[in-house]
Structures are given as structure tokens and as C-alpha cells.
Design a protein around this ligand. Structure first.
Ligand code: 3SL
Length: 237
């Protein structure tokens, strides 16, 4: 297995993902939300680029059994049902429903990766399930979505953790950037939340009072769910 890491949504060039297994990571908070929604029984998730696309799709599908979620500038979008907190997608709200979601970075990173052979969504919450699901694949790329086209601590730490775990598990060969991210993780593995909390996006969410989301999203391996993108939808593998 060969592993590479892409460090922001802007750096997802078609040749970097073509015919590879791609895992898109946006720990804070898009891919944590998606993984949670599927774990809580969502039927499917439709990631879209803009709020307008989300409203159009909702019109097409009808309002019944459809939930609109997402954020801009980390706050809920006017007219949407929910924002981008994983706690909004409890079983009572999301079971058997379709979630249409648009976020600033995470949904863009997914839609920029459509040339992948296999496209998965990961976070700390399901890191072990992802590693198990891809351990026999040949070429793996972790997309650390970042924030506003910049590197973020949380996504890079999560990519580094999975790269590290695959190196230990199956002797994966890491690219230079994957070695750097695995090293970042390894040096901080006893308290990844502490190093992650120095990040800009973490501080922004702290300023907005989203402490419960931050605590939740930094938990490793609590959901045995592998979201896979197929025919425009994320479903459980
Ligand atoms: O950018 C994104 O995709 C979001 O996850 C950002 S936020 O954490 O909801 O602000």
C-alpha cells in the first residue's frame, strides 16, 4: 500500500485522486457530522456545493423525509433546518431521512474528489473503521480538507493517525507528506486534543461556544461506520 496526504481542498488535483482510494477528512466538523448522521440512521447524505443547490434538491425531492443541514462561517444557513453540529443529527431527527448538506470546506473536498476509485469519508470518530475498510487497498490518499484552502491541525492529525496506523498494520509506504503527518500525530498521540486546540479553526469554534462539538469530534473510534460516496450519495459501506 502507498499512502499520500493532500493538505487542503484546493490542492485536490484530478491526477492526485484518479483511480485511488480517497478518504476525505474534515474533523471540524463536516465529516464528523456525516459519520454521526449515518450512525444515527440517516438513509443517505447528499453533499452539495451551494445553499441554492440544496434548496433546489429539496424542492425536487419534496420536504417530507428531507433535512437541510450545513453552515457558512460556522453558523447555520438561513432557511436550513440545522447547522453543522453533530448533536443536531440525533436519531429522533435523522433516522430514515435524507440529509442534504453544504459546508464551507468538507462538502467541497468531497465533490473535488469524484475521480477516485473509492471515495470514503472519515474523522477521528470512525478512524479505526476506515483503517479496517481500506487496509488491503493499493493506493490511498487522505484528503485533509483544511479550512478556507489552508492546512488545519485537526484534519492533518487525523490523516496522520490513519497513515500511522496503516503503516503499523500492513507496512504501508508513506509519501514525504504522509511521513510528516504521521510524525505530527505520533509526537502528540498521548493528547491530540491538546495540540489540536492550538489550531485557528478550533479557536474560532471555541469563540462561538461550540465546546461540546469540539470534545465530541476529538473522540477516536466511537463509531463503526464507513461512509462511502456512490451515485451522488453518501451511504454506509
Ligand atoms: O468547512 C466545513 O466544511 C465545516 O465543517 C466548518 S464548521 O466547523 O462547521 O465551521
Amino acid at each position: 500500500m502507498n499512502i499520500d496526504v493532500i493538505l487542503s481542498a484546493r490542492e485536490i488535483f484530478p491526477d492526485k485522486v484518479k483511480d485511488k482510494t480517497v478518504v476525505v477528512i474534515d474533523v471540524l466538523r463536516a465529516t464528523s457530522v456525516m459519520t454521526t448522521a449515518l450512525a444515527n440512521g440517516a438513509k443517505q447524505i447528499l453533499p452539495v456545493l451551494t445553499p441554492e443547490e440544496a434548496f433546489d434538491l429539496q424542492k425536487e425531492m419534496g420536504k417530507e423525509n428531507v433535512v437541510l443541514g450545513g453552515e457558512r462561517k460556522a453558523v447555520p444557513i438561513p432557511g436550513f433546518d440545522f447547522g453543522n453540529s453533530p448533536f443536531s443529527y440525533s436519531p429522533e431527527i435523522i433516522k430514515d431521512k435524507t440529509l442534504i448538506i453544504t459546508t464551507t470546506n468538507g462538502t467541497r473536498a468531497i465533490l473535488n474528489s469524484l475521480g477516485a476509485k473509492k471515495l470514503l469519508v472519515g474523522a477521528f470518530l470512525n478512524d479505526r473503521a476506515i483503517v479496517e475498510a481500506i487496509k488491503n487497498d493499493e493506493d490511498v490518499v487522505f484528503v485533509a480538507s483544511g479550512s478556507h484552502d489552508h492546512f488545519t491541525m485537526e484534519d492533518s492529525l487525523c490523516a496522520g493517525k490513519m497513515a500511522h496506523d496503516l503503516q503499523v498494520l500492513v507496512g504501508a509506504q508513506l509519501s514525504d507528506v504522509a511521513i510528516a503527518m504521521a510524525y505530527l500525530y505520533e509526537q502528540n498521540k498521548n493528547d491530540i486534543h491538546a495540540i489540536g486546540s492550538k489550531g485557528k479553526h478550533y479557536k474560532r469554534l471555541t469563540g462561538l461556544g461550540e465546546i461540546r462539538d469540539l470534545e465530541y469530534c476529538y473522540q477516536s473510534d466511537i463509531l463503526d461506520i464507513v461512509p462511502v460516496y456512490k451515485d451522488g450519495k453518501l451511504v454506509c459501506l
